[in-house]
Design a protein around this ligand. Sequence first.
Ligand code: FAD
Ligand code: MG
Length: 326
Amino acid sequence: MFFSPHPVKKDAIIKEFYSLGTIVQFKAYGNKASQAIDKAIDKIKDIDNKMSVFKDYSELSKININAGKAPTKVGEDTYFVIKKAVEYSALSGGAFDPTIRPVVGLWGIQTDHARIPNNDEIDEAINLVNYKDIILDEKVSSIMLKSKKQELDVGAIAKGFAADEVKNIFKKNKIESAIIDLGGNIFAMGNKIDGTPWKIGIQDPIRSLGEFVGIVSVKNKSVVTSGNYERYFIRDGKRFHHIIDPLTGNPSEKGILSTTIVSDHSIDGDALSTCAFVMGLERGMELIESLKGVDAIFITENKMIYTTSGIKENFELLNNNFYYKN
Ligand code: FAD
Ligand code: MG
């Protein structure tokens, strides 16, 4: 029999903190788990400092301030995230667009001054939205927005990037089993410590937080959900949520409550969950089925659950309020 001189510690190290506008929780197994988590926390804070639109000193805010005036030199992380965001904008035919910020700001959905803008305001803000106006210069690592008042927002993709970066830090520190949870943007590393797949709950989009419609069993996968229940306000009984259709400047209304993407890289899952939400069931499903190694779970307003072919075996319905035809 073989006895390892350094058996892997059986207890998980768990740390929780606030960053990226959400509660971040890391749970990791391994002899270097505690140090690895501390390094990961530093990395998350660095990403927040560079890519937050809520911090006027961030690289992203500098690009926004310099819109229509001058290119802004950025570090490789910000450059990579914006480049990926532009790729997903093109792939989704503009359903995803990181220049959506002027419209998001108008609705104020994540602030204490949320309101319904009038049509003129929306039209004016929509005119500023166009991912093709993002000028990338790879040689000098600079980014510029073509016109004044244009603004970038990486809220729909940067948490995915952050999860991938944490996974890389964990990997370097020989962690083989971990859950990286950035406010519902999850990366399940390896298997559970007992060797069985991780079971990730898919949030019930109608009932309160913490209830699930079902679970997906995964090994080494990112599981990311975009939902209309994440951030919203209600006026006259109508819900106004934070995922904006760039065509209308209004919260996307395609009959979707949530879209979950299961993928190898969380940056892809984050971007695609937003793409699929805005594209709706038919076009979104078509897009995800066309991508290798990427799966999706759509939950619609009429309480139906649809999954791509690759995930049917791994999805289990737990909630009879929803209908799922496997
Ligand atoms: P997703 O579907 O992944 O993204 C929706 C978000 O993307 C929207 O909130 C909006 O910002 C943007 N968006 C809307 N429509 C589109 C579209 N069609 N295409 C592209 N993007 C779109 N929140 C705070 O309240 N305070 C903070 O200080 C704060 N700091 C943050 C710093 C960073 C670096 C990041 C990445 C996020 C931060 N957030 C903060 C949260 C952020 O504003 C978003 O609310 C959050 O990232 C939404 O994530 P999601 O997974 O729920 O939704
Ligand atoms: Mg997203």
